[in-house]
Design a protein. Structure first.
Ligand SMILES: Cc1ncc(COP(=O)(O)O)c(C=O)c1O
Length: 394
């Protein structure tokens, strides 16, 4: 039987799980926040159940400090980011992406930021660092907050500091597909005392998970620890696929992060450097192997940054080739993905109209992007197979 390597893979061990179950000698959540404060070199850190909730409580806090309404985000990113913006009563405004960096088009961004802008959300997509120096400059000129979405770039380094530490507020996701996972979770970091107080007040309003939900989280975390192992994934693939998200969410649930997850996270963080280094190494390997291949676009890497690749992104100039490679690579036993099939403006009706596409680069990307796993549980042999499939089918 040919084993299949899944697209996501935090190596959660039995020991990590047991750490979550230890009796409450320590407060795991405050211990984990100490670790994350050191990691981000920020004064404050708070946890919630997801990155989406992290963004929501941050937006609600900023609303308390300003009457401005517009929130700028990339036109190619997680479409679910629209939900907390709308729920907070704010207005999403999209900015096209750059096909060089795969992140914000900074020239377009500088034209979009106005006195009506409450905040911009630079997203370090796939672990690729945005130019935070330039983004902060653009935002500061108009007194605009920067919420740095480091959801999928935990461990990416920019100028010797971790991504997430450059905005007024930064947040990370710990969901099952992210660089380090405790099944779910959102971690918010900031250096601003007034913002922290307001975020904390918003988190206080969120419900505590009940016993049934807590037990469900424990069981699912154990299942995740197994599901990312290629052999188990291969045997249980049909069942696992039932738990994957395949449709766009229309709402999100908010509750407090659990003690169990914080314990698992604390324990996992002891090997975080190794995990992030592995992600970087696998991305570099793919880069070296695919650098000269015609018909492919690889992202530019920001100077003085080291990406902890969530997955390695490639763009196929011919969209039919993307679809073919997606099929062939999966057939060879590596689960590659196409992420979001539509850019944000086509996934949500944001009133832009579709006749004259206002975000052509985001639309181009959505049809041509292919993501290759870079997690610690994929072997270099499997990555060589991926490279061979690409080279022989392009
Ligand atoms: C870039 C980005 N931001 C935010 C989120 C939301 O995180 P969560 O799934 O933890 O709510 C995601 C999730 O996929 C994401 O990819």
């Amino acid at each position: 039987m040919k084993t299949i390597t899944p697209s996501a893979g935090t190596p959660i061990s039995v020991f990590n799980l047991l750490r979550g179950l230890l009796p409450p000698f320590t407060n795991n959540i405050s211990a984990f926040s100490v670790v994350m404060k050191q990691f981000s070199r920020q004064r404050y850190c708070m946890f919630v159940n997801s990155g989406t909730t992290a963004l929501y409580v941050t937006l609600m806090a900023l609303k308390g400090l300003s009457d401005r309404k517009e929130v700028i985000l990339p036109a190619y990113t997680a479409p679910s980011l629209i939900l907390p913006i709308r729920k907070a009563g704010l207005e999403p405004k999209l900015c096209d992406i750059s096909l060089d960096t795969f992140n914000f088009d900074l020239d377009a961004l500088s034209l979009l930021v106005t006195e009506n802008t409450l905040c911009v959300i630079p997203v370090h997509m796939f672990g690729l660092a945005c130019d935070m120096g330039r983004i902060n400059k653009i935002a500061n000129k108009k007194g605009v907050y920067v919420i740095e979405d480091a959801a999928s770039s935990l461990g990416t380094i920019i100028n010797n500091k971790n991504a997430g530490a450059f905005g007024d507020v930064g947040f990370y996701s710990l969901n099952r597909g992210k660089n380090l996972s405790t099944l779910s979770g959102g971690c918010i970091v900031t250096g601003l005392e007034d913002v922290q107080k307001l975020i904390s007040a918003e988190i206080d309003k969120i419900r505590k998970p009940g016993l049934k939900l807590k037990i469900g989280i424990m069981v699912k975390t154990v299942a995740l620890a197994l599901a990312v192992r290629p052999l188990f994934f291969t045997i249980m693939r049909r069942l696992i696929s039932k738990f994957k998200y395949t449709t766009l969410h229309t709402d999100f649930d908010s509750f407090k992060y659990t003690r169990f997850q914080a314990g698992v996270g604390l324990s996992l963080f002891k090997k975080a450097d190794k995990i992030f280094e592995e992600r970087n190494k696998k991305g570099r390997f793919l880069r070296d192997q695919l650098n000269d291949v015609e018909g492919l676009v690889l992202p530019e890497i920001l100077r003085h940054s080291e990406p902890a690749y969530n997955q390695f992104p490639i763009v196929l100039k011919d969209s039919n080739k993307r679809d073919l490679l997606y099929f062939e690579i999966n057939r060879q036993g590596v689960e590659c993905t196409i992420l979001y099939p539509d850019p944000v403006h086509k996934a949500h009706d944001l009133g832009y109209g579709l006749a004259n596409d206002p975000f052509p680069s985001a639309s181009y990307m959505a049809k041509r992007l292919l993501l290759i796993p870079t997690h610690p549980l994929i072997s270099f042999e499997s990555l060589k197979v991926v490279v061979d499939v690409i080279k022989s089918n392009i």
